[in-house]
Design a binder for this molecule. Structure first.
Ligand code: GLY
Length: 253
């Protein structure tokens, strides 16, 4: 059960964020409107949303999920691999100190983005990706074990982050795209396969009895209609231009 979320307002420097998407430059005003609508969707899910000020020094800092992993027992400050994002962790630490008694940190040579961490109950799947290396994943798993949780690694080759291509949408059910549809790591789950044309719709957020999905993915929507959760569609097209998904825009705990 989540009760809180942290988001960060995008700055104008958002338009120079990292991207491999080839979908054009985000429209800043539209991005601001979509960010407000995203916050409203989180509030509809019953969350108290803490809205951090824009940080113009970091173009990608609205993707606040990447800088920390928030668990029921502790928070872990991540260590983004992208040089332009490394400094984003400095300002999230004092914020998390208001909510957590126990805060850990990923240390060099480890790198880890929160987008590579998918929690399913007390277990955390950790993507080994362009952004998260083995040292970072191993450190996270060791920290989780110290707090009575578990973790395991999942190679990621086709997507930026693990959760770009796979997210939990119901009890024991994953929405999965591309390489994750038939990955034996997830063989104990019921898999809802995402057609390739809708890969960008695989990133959903399950919050309490609601499910946030990105607007514009009709087959994903059709797959989710029977999952027993109220669906809330949010248009985040401007963030998709920066490889960002729904989960990337908040920390939920
Ligand atoms: N634009 C989000 C990221 O590449 O981290």
């Amino acid at each position: 059960m989540f009760t809180k979320a942290i988001v960060r307002t995008p700055g104008r420097s958002l338009t120079s964020g990292l991207t491999a998407a080839n979908l054009g430059t985000p429209d800043y005003q539209k991005a601001l409107t979509q960010h407000r609508q995203y916050i409203e969707a989180l509030e509809r899910c019953g969350l108290d949303v803490l809205i951090l000020e824009a940080d113009e020094a970091f173009s990608d800092s609205t993707f606040v999920e990447d800088v920390a992993i928030v668990t029921p027992k502790c928070a872990i400050i991540a260590r983004p691999a992208a040089a332009s994002r490394r400094g984003e962790t400095v300002s999230i630490l004092p914020i998390l100190e208001d909510f957590y008694s126990y805060i850990e940190k990923i240390q060099p040579p480890g790198t880890l983005d929160g987008g590579d961490v998918m929690q399913v109950d007390q277990h955390f799947y950790v993507g080994l990706s362009e952004r998260t290396n083995r040292a970072g994943a191993d450190q996270l798993i060791e920290i989780l074990q110290r707090y009575g949780m578990t973790g395991s690694v999942v190679p990621v080759t086709e997507f930026l982050h693990l959760k770009t291509g796979v997210t939990q949408v119901a009890e024991n059910t994953l929405l999965a795209a591309g390489e994750f549809i038939a990955n034996p790591v997830f063989s104990d789950f019921r898999i809802l396969p995402v057609p390739e044309a809708e890969n960008d719709g695989a990133n959903c957020i399950r919050i309490n009895d609601k499910l946030l999905l990105s607007a514009g993915f009709p087959e994903v929507r059709r797959q989710l209609i029977d999952q027993g959760a109220e669906l809330i569609e949010v248009d985040i097209s401007e963030y998709g231009k920066l490889d960002g998904g729904l989960t990337c825009l908040s920390l939920r705990f």
